[in-house]
Design a protein around this ligand. Structure first.
Ligand SMILES: Cc1ncc(COP(=O)(O)OP(=O)(O)O)c(N)n1
Ligand SMILES: Cc1nc(C(=O)O)sc1CCOP(=O)(O)O
Ligand SMILES: [Mg+2]
Length: 515
């Protein structure tokens, strides 16, 4: 399975050329091609470079840079822009002006800026004075910046050499600018044998900080990792991936390139990172650190109240293929569907009445009678008290529910996810199943902005081939074959059953496709 789409969106890279073919424009175009977008380039400097170092940075004249941007904008409208090396203040201003013009014409697109100040080889690539211009003129126009810890310190001032100082420097930048940050950690180890990138979104009270952790990959061939990461993110944004999803998939793309690149024969120094196609294996994806986990202590985000209710490794269901999984809002539906032979069911009561406990008790009793895998949505305390088979929780619920209590009571736990980031986040809890949605538009609930489609579903399902996975959202009999082809062992539906003219027939037909 590849991540390549049918139509190739256009992505620009405004960056330096690396004569050695390992970083800069060359790495960007390889990455963009690999991920299924068409890359265009505007060159800021012709660096004389090989795997050993950077003997010269031949900055192009302002007019040369401007003419490339003008030619592109006349014909090749971008869906996203990646900015890399800007060699001096004039270039920063020129690019900032250009982005402002795009904005004023209503043509703004996501902008990812990799502040290339220092090459992996240690070479200084940009004039010192550009830092202030970047902060004042460019950052306000960027959606994401991807500094390494050295570049972070260069932008924020001070040092950024441990978890706490990286967090502090990132917060300083976040407080002043709308741009999100992905601080890459390939240069240092907070925990021995690991690398950790810090992803910061939101600001002030609503700042969200996530460490993305991976096992360190022992290789000398790391040249171009920063360029590859930022251009992969731009490519994924152009393909419609939300920012956090783009960041974790791009992280995996780079890690796959480091693992499989095998470029040691290229040059005598640090060879280029590989460009090895869509990351299909979970081992290349980062672990998303949970603030309630013990490990979070080393990374400066440990939250004692989250730790009080955090738990991982929930009881597994008797099968990884949960089959047809109707989600219904009354006990009567539970009974009718159990009579039709459905084994996995969810009671999802959104408008609780005074008799909520009684309803859950009745549903649990029916569950016992028919040997159902009956999940209770949201109401985890009552589910525990009534001895339900399991609980289904959304991502937000993970911060409020007492997961320790759910686990101690032996209940199964299903967790909702919407995209790659949430899938990796929920995976840290090792729940009984992971639900992926919304696959298609649905009238049951507002899922706009969170639609996955069957192709992305298949890419996510491929990461966890032997795990209980459930697809949900807008699935009906016509769509069910495309959904099952993704490899998930279960399909959850509401209206395909509750609004069907003949629910018995709907159950039989859906089961025939799914089970
Ligand atoms: C199987 C399954 N998947 C996803 C959901 C959605 O759960 P959640 O995100 O908690 O949203 P609400 O259902 O509470 O609106 C689900 N219920 N079941
Ligand atoms: C309850 C729910 N959760 C979703 C998610 O993506 O988390 S989609 C959804 C609605 C599913 O209803 P229908 O089968 O009628 O489309
Ligand atoms: Mg819920």
């Amino acid at each position: 399975m590849s991540g390549i789409e049918q139509i190739r969106p256009i992505v620009w890279t405004i960056a330096g050329s690396d004569s050695g073919g390992g970083a800069g424009i060359q790495a960007d175009l390889l990455t963009m091609h690999d991920l299924g977008v068409h890359g265009c380039s505007a060159i800021t400097a012709n660096t004389a470079q090989n795997t050993l170092g950077v003997p010269a940075i031949n900055v192009v004249a302002d007019g040369v840079l401007q003419s490339q941007l003008d030619a592109l904008s006349a014909d090749l409208k971008p869906s996203a822009i990646k900015i890399g090396l800007l060699a001096n203040v004039a270039q920063v201003r020129l690019v900032a002006n250009f982005l402002r013009e795009l904005e004023s014409r209503g043509e703004a697109v996501p902008v990812v800026y990799d502040p290339v100040a220092v090459a992996t080889s240690g070479a200084q690539l940009t004039e010192d004075s550009t830092g202030a211009a970047v902060m004042n003129e460019l950052l306000p126009l960027c959606d994401l910046i991807t500094p390494n810890s050295i570049e972070l310190a260069w932008l924020a001032g001070g040092v950024a050499d441990c978890a706490e100082s990286i967090l502090a420097a990132a917060r300083k930048i976040r407080d002043g600018y709308k741009s999100a940050l992905l601080v890459t950690g390939g240069h240092g180890e907070i925990e021995p044998g690991t690398t950790a990138d810090l992803l910061c979104t939101g600001s002030g009270e609503r700042i969200r900080e996530h460490w993305l952790i991976g096992k360190k990959i022992e290789t000398r061939d790391t040249h171009g990792t920063g360029c590859t990461l930022s251009s992969a993110i731009a490519a994924l944004l152009a393909l419609g991936y939300p920012l956090k999803d783009a960041c974790v998939v791009a992280n995996a793309y780079v890690r796959r390139g480091l693992r499989l690149g095998n470029t040691g024969h290229i040059g005598t120094g640090a060879g280029p990172v590989g460009h090895c196609g869509w990351p299909t294996e979970l081992r290349d994806y980062p672990e998303v650190l949970i603030a309630g986990s013990e490990r979070a202590r080393s990374y400066g985000i440990f939250d004692i109240s989250a730790a009080a209710s955090f738990a991982a490794e929930f009881a597994q269901p008797d099968t990884t293929r949960l089959g047809l999984y109707p989600v219904v809002d009354t006990v009567e539906w539970i009974e009718k569907l159990a009579e039709e032979g459905v084994r996995t069911l969810q009671l999802r009561i959104k408008h609780a009445r005074d008799d909520l406990r009684e309803q859950i008790e009745r549903a649990v009793a029916i569950g016992r009678r028919y040997d159902l895998r009956l999940f209770i949505n949201d109401h985890w305390q009552l589910a525990i008290e009534c001895g339900a088979y399991g609980v289904h929780l959304g991502q937000e619920d993970l911060h409020t529910a007492d997961l320790k209590a759910i686990q101690a009571a032996g209940l199964k736990l299903g967790i909702s996810t919407h995209g790659f980031f949430e899938l990796l986040y929920a995976w840290q809890y090792r729940p009984s199943y992971l639900a992926i949605g919304a696959i298609y538009a649905t009238t049951t609930k507002d899922m706009s902005g969170q639609l996955q489609g069957p192709q992305k579903l298949a890419l996510m399902a491929a990461l966890l081939p032997d795990y209980p996975l459930v697809a949900i959202g807008g699935i009906n009999l016509q769509r069910a074959p495309d959904v099952t082809a993704s490899g998930v062992g279960s399909i959850a539906v509401v209206t395909a059953i509750t609004d069907a003219p003949d629910y018995r027939q709907a159950v039989a037909q859906l089961r025939a496709v799914i089970e």
